[in-house]
Write a protein that binds this ligand. Structure first.
Ligand SMILES: [Zn+2]
Length: 191
């Protein structure tokens, strides 16, 4: 069984006019990510988790080097919307939404994850803790060198087998191949 982790595929990170923090070369991955998601089969897919950067308008965030990020993904604004057509995903596959207020999905206390099928909520740490050895997590999204990097790190710490979908990742300063080579060489599968 696999869990699909889709990282921050949100308007403000895409190369569209009005986006607050556009990441280069992101237009085509929306189509390709939709295709990937439509092809998922319930028999082999435990669930899909969509992470979503979600900030208040007073919020200020800094990168590790101290640079201040421009304001982005303000809660309940178009910039925070996930730009994927989730209606086409097989209806028997649960979709969860993890709203977080920092680029690292494992940091802080995110809101409980919402499940659109039974309209239930589950905490992040409850969802990701049990039996990591029985799941492979396939991860992709934006940005390779920030949110996706942090997602991979936390999955490995929790004992998951991690597949990174290279053609569905985009980075700000580094592509996903470089991130994996520098930090996770031999620890994740780049597919
Ligand atoms: Zn953010």
């Amino acid at each position: 069984m696999k869990i699909i982790l889709v990282v921050d595929m949100q308007l403000d990170f895409m190369e569209f006019s009005g986006a607050k923090l556009p990441v280069p070369d992101t237009r085509e991955i929306i189509l390709n990510a939709n295709e990937y998601l439509y092809a998922l089969k319930p028999i082999e897919t435990q669930s899909i988790v969509f992470t979503q950067d979600w900030h208040t308008s007073e919020w200020v965030e800094h990168a590790e080097n101290g640079d201040q990020f421009p304001q982005h993904c303000i809660e309940n604004t178009p910039g925070a919307e996930i730009l994927l057509n989730r209606n086409m995903i097989h209806p028997a596959i649960p979709q969860y939404f993890l709203r977080k207020n920092t680029f690292d999905m494992w940091a802080g206390k995110p809101q409980p994850m919402y499940n659109q099928i039974d309209m239930s909520y589950v905490g992040r740490d409850t969802f990701f803790c049990p039996n990591p050895w029985s799941f492979t997590v396939e991860v992709f999204g934006i940005a390779s060198d920030f949110c996706v990097d942090a997602a991979i790190k936390g999955l490995l710490q929790r004992g998951y087998t991690v597949n990174v979908i290279e053609h569905l990742c985009r980075g700000i300063a580094k592509d996903i191949r470089t991130v994996v080579k520098e930090k996770y060489d031999g620890k994740v599968n780049l597919i």
